[in-house]
Write a protein that binds this ligand. Structure first.
Ligand code: TYR
Length: 176
């Protein structure tokens, strides 16, 4: 397994964000603490949504520190230095694969039906249901995990990402 690949929570599907020591990070709206995942098998060890949209899943499956580019290859993750507004950003997810766009803003608030989420990265990348939790990366630097947005990958969209460094510091995790 690697970033952008599917995982399952009962009958729902989300996407792996990034491998960390002990498992992987993903979106908080994908599961509450204690929820079990299948393929890869794991347990939500921490989850925060709304307010934030982050979680980490403890898993002993082999998850590599790479992101699936959905063209038969992968991108090695070398760190998580925040990219500037205006930078290119690419996203990997299990519904629509790999799509790229631009970072438009940081520290954005999104009002979901369940409540508001603060501090998100706004981008011009498209996403669709099931891409949630998946990896967003600029070059080889991890940026965030897919939260939500509007539009789709046929006509284009706006997608918001939960910054990955906030997840790492919240739970004391390190990227693989
Ligand atoms: N929030 C969606 C999920 O749970 C992912 C998504 C992202 C959906 C952007 C639509 C959208 O425009 O899978």
């Amino acid at each position: 397994y690697q970033g952008g690949d599917a995982y399952y929570i009962t009958n729902a599907r989300c996407s792996i964000g990034f491998a960390v020591n002990g498992g992987f990070v993903t979106a908080g709206h994908c599961g509450s603490q204690g929820a079990a995942t299948q393929n890869p098998s794991g347990t939500f060890a921490g989850s925060s949504f709304p307010g934030n949209d982050y979680a980490w899943v403890r898993s002993s499956a082999t998850i590599t520190g790479t992101v699936n580019n959905y063209s038969g290859g992968s991108v090695a993750v070398r760190g998580s230095q925040d990219a500037a507004v205006g930078s290119s950003i690419c996203r990997s997810g299990s519904t629509t694969g790999w799509h790229c766009g631009t970072i438009q803003a940081r520290n954005s608030t999104v009002n979901y039906s369940q409540g508001s989420v603060y501090g998100l990265i706004r981008t011009s990348v498209c996403a669709e249901p099931g891409d949630s939790g998946g990896s967003a990366i600029t070059g080889n630097q991890a940026q965030g995990v897919t939260s939500g947005g509007s539009g789709n990958c046929s006509s284009g969209g706006t997608t918001y990402f939960q910054p990955v460094n906030e997840i790492l510091s919240a739970y004391g995790l390190t990227l693989k």
